[in-house]
Write a protein that binds this ligand. Structure first.
Ligand code: AMP
Ligand code: ZN
Length: 115
């Protein structure tokens, strides 16, 4: 999508600090980290949010969780733990309309459900 910030990151038009990449998925550091480790994991396919995920995307979503698993081990946060958040829509505060999985780690994350 032309005006999508994350599509621009995928195309290399906007720089990012990549932590993982394969043919379907990209993971990079959040520009405004909410924890010592804050990674965004995104599909390269433009999907606006969770409501736009189709049955045919099942493999992709499952693959994203495998990538999250790999990143957790690569960054050695698997023992201390981490949190995965997907914001969808206005009340959740979704700002970028390209589905993304936040990985937060590196400190005690407090309340089990934020807000
Ligand atoms: P959300 O509020 O769930 O839509 O999250 C969007 C996230 O994208 C925020 O945590 C932003 O800090 C992050 N973000 C926006 N632009 C960039 C960028 N160019 N590089 C890295 N992270 C970004
Ligand atoms: Zn996009």
């Amino acid at each position: 999508m032309e005006d999508c910030v994350f599509c621009k990151i995928i195309k290399g038009e906007i720089p990012s600090e990549k932590v993982y990449e394969d043919e379907e998925v990209l993971a990079f550091k959040d520009i405004q980290p909410a924890a010592p480790i804050h990674i965004l994991v995104i599909p390269k396919k433009h999907i606006a949010n969770l409501l736009e995920v189709q049955e045919e995307d099942s493999y992709l979503i499952s693959h994203i969780y495998q990538v999250i698993n790999k990143i957790a081990k690569k960054l050695e946060i698997e023992k201390e733990g981490f949190r995965v958040i997907v914001n969808c829509g206005k009340d959740a505060g979704q700002e970028v309309m390209h589905v993304h999985f936040h990985m937060l780690a590196g400190r005690k994350l407090g309340a089990k459900i934020v807000g």
